[in-house]
Ligand binder design. Structure first.
Ligand code: ZN
Length: 241
């Protein structure tokens, strides 16, 4: 079983060391049959993010020697597009499992020709490599699922995963209508997960994703709980069908 939505790196004031994150997943996730983690670095949210620094972090993460299979997503940000970093060359450094986008955290301006071209390239890369673009979805205009779905719909060989399946109804509709659109369960509320499961026809298209260890950050910082990484991951896995 794969956890499609894992993070490493800087998240607000905390730094989540990749090897510690993976060890917790391997130990706690064994009970749930988790044998693969697909991760991206939240250090990509820093204003001064540099691709080279993220690559160093990714190389360190890939030095994990445990049994858990770990695969990186390249978190692409608009500032890379502004620096004319090409999607096709940036994705050559590692065997990336996909590209991650977070339109709520980073302003993608699709009216800006450079950003638009970059987005086209991201979905072209996805189509050519049959690898997913994992896009944060939500209810604010910037990250509505319908904002990025046209790029996937235009390219039937590309793959789009709507992270968080939010809003549920719109995501379920897209997943049900388009073969190449999937959704994940990252940080989803229980009642929304139930709704999602009742609306999506092909249950295989609801991918398990935990958003760990961002979940750990929320538990310890917003809900003042005391829990270890392992304890948090056990809780995160509980939503599995
Ligand atoms: Zn996430």
């Amino acid at each position: 079983m794969t956890d499609h939505h894992i993070h490493i790196g800087q998240f607000n004031e905390l730094y989540y060391d990749a090897l510690e994150v993976f060890e917790a997943i391997e130990e706690a996730g064994a009970k749930y049959g988790i044998d693969e983690a697909r991760f991206s670095s939240t250090s990509s949210c820093r204003d001064d993010v540099e691709l080279l620094k993220i690559e160093e972090e990714t190389a360190y993460a890939l030095s994990y020697t445990g049994k858990l299979k770990v695969r990186p997503y390249l978190w692409f940000v608009p500032s890379y597009a502004d620096k004319n970093i090409s999607v096709f060359s940036a994705t050559k450094t590692f065997d990336y499992c996909g590209i991650k986008l977070h339109p709520a955290a980073q302003k993608w301006d699709l009216e800006n020709p450079r950003h638009k071209k970059c987005m086209e390239e991201i979905f072209d890369w996805s189509a050519q490599n049959k690898k997913p673009v994992l896009v944060h979805s939500g209810t604010i205009p910037d990250d509505l699922p319908t904002r990025f779905s046209p790029f996937a719909i235009e390219r039937p060989n590309s793959v789009l995963i709507l992270a968080h399946s939010n809003p549920v109804k719109e995501c379920a509709e897209l997943v049900n209508t388009h073969k190449n659109i999937f959704c994940d369960t990252a940080c989803i509320e229980e009642k929304n997960l139930e709704k999602l499961r009742s609306l999506v026809t092909d249950k295989e298209k609801i991918l398990f994703g935990s958003d760990f260890p961002v979940t750990h950050y929320f538990s310890t910082h917003y809900f003042s709980k005391e829990c270890s990484l392992k304890e948090e991951y056990l809780l995160d896995c509980k939503i599995m069908p």
